[in-house]
Design a protein around this ligand. Structure first.
Ligand SMILES: [Zn+2]
Length: 377
């Protein structure tokens, strides 16, 4: 159970969302046992998910995000036929927002492969890279560009306190059960005036974030502001436009805390999203009932997996479709992931497993067989 808000400690009442089946889906599209349960805090605007009991084991053993190869990367956007990958966009944004001094000591905290830090070094080879994560499965990637003494697993060396001009973090804080401890640690490692720069998902731009089982924290502008100002940071920027479906946050270690911002309630928005997900499985099954022709699911990410898990007869799904060439080499739930152009001729039904904000637009960019019946999320 969740007794109190992760950010402001306010007592939590009834959950706003509980999954219909005792099955939960992670951000890496793994289907795990256990209910997904989500609470919203009206006091600070934070939304939080009860950590799955299996979560700790999951990070230590199963959480191999994009470790298949060095080049593997998530597709960020397709613009004018050009594919833009996530790391490339993240480093461009970082360079735009962060004014790093020459020879800056930079720590990627909760870094995974540390792909953005590596790409940053491609633009700024004076930057002194450091990495930290829980679990040593990424060592091979770090060894390519981070001296061994600048790598830390599970525990940060004592002498790193107060060392850094910037602590950067990409999509880590949403996973941690104690975000206040994470932020306090970032502050401890920065020198005075240093910058804490991080990205976390923006629930309000991607509704799936509400039901992703391994995202414990779903931030709003006000809960981010509260978290940082309570920890002794001056909030410089909370940007919801530069990175799709994410908050880009810039905060400075100071001795003057930010003034609280007036709380704008996001409770109605969160409740609307919870209702959407409560009904989602029923909508999928209503479409499924019409006939049992062969089907495909467009999108091999979270939405596609959620659709697959909602079906009564998942057998009718022949394949997933995905534009990301890295995904096309893989399988999901034992089914092949194909390029959209490779849609088998026998498939008559298509479930679109994409963010509903972009689903129709993205589908309209391609040619599809006339007779294809389509489910939109
Ligand atoms: Zn709260």
């Amino acid at each position: 159970m969740m007794d109190a808000c992760n950010i402001c400690n306010d007592p939590q009442g009834a959950p706003v969302y509980k999954s219909a089946r005792p099955v939960s889906i992670t951000s890496l599209c793994q289907v795990l046992d256990g209910l997904t349960r989500v609470w919203h805090c009206a006091n600070c605007g934070h939304t939080q998910t009860a950590p799955l009991p299996v979560l700790e084991k999951f990070y230590a053993e199963d959480y191999h995000i994009l470790t298949a190869s060095e080049e593997e990367d998530q597709l960020y956007a397709v613009r004018a036929g050009q594919k833009i990958f996530r790391t490339e966009h993240q480093v461009a944004t970082l360079l735009e927002k962060l004014d790093l001094p020459p020879n800056a000591q930079v720590l990627d905290y909760g870094c995974g492969k540390a792909a953005t830090l590596k790409a940053l070094r491609g633009h700024r080879d004076d930057v002194v890279p450091h990495v930290f994560d829980v679990g040593k499965q990424y060592r091979d990637f770090w060894n390519a560009f981070v001296p061994a003494g600048n790598q830390a697993v599970n525990e940060v060396p004592k002498e790193w306190a107060g060392r850094f001009a910037a602590v950067i973090s990409f999509f880590a804080l949403e996973h941690v059960a104690e975000p206040k401890a994470f932020v306090a640690e970032a502050r401890r490692l920065l020198h005075d005036g240093g910058t804490f720069y991080f990205l976390v998902p923006n629930l309000f731009a991607n509704t799936a974030d509400l039901v992703v089982a391994d995202h414990v924290n779903h931030f709003s502008e006000s809960s981010l502001h509260r978290l940082l100002s309570d920890a002794g940071f001056a909030v410089r920027e909370i940007d919801d436009t530069t990175h799709n479906s994410a908050w880009v946050v810039v905060a400075e270690k100071t001795n003057v805390n930010s003034e609280p911002i007036p709380a704008t309630s996001v409770a109605d928005k969160v409740n609307t999203m919870a209702e959407y997900w409560r009904e989602f499985g029923d909508r999928v099954r209503a479409f499924e009932k019409v006939n049992d022709a062969e089907a495909a699911i467009y999108g091999s990410g979270f939405y596609g997996t959620f659709i697959h898990a909602s079906l009564d007869r998942a057998k009718s799904v022949e394949c997933f479709l995905d534009q990301n060439p890295h995904r096309q080499k893989q399988t999901l739930l034992d089914k092949p992931i194909l390029a959209p152009e490779a849609l088998p001729e026998t498939v008559r039904r298509l479930y679109v497993g994409l963010n509903p904000r972009v689903a129709r637009e993205e589908l309209a960019m391609m040619d599809w067989p006339q007779e294809l019946e389509v489910f939109f999320p």
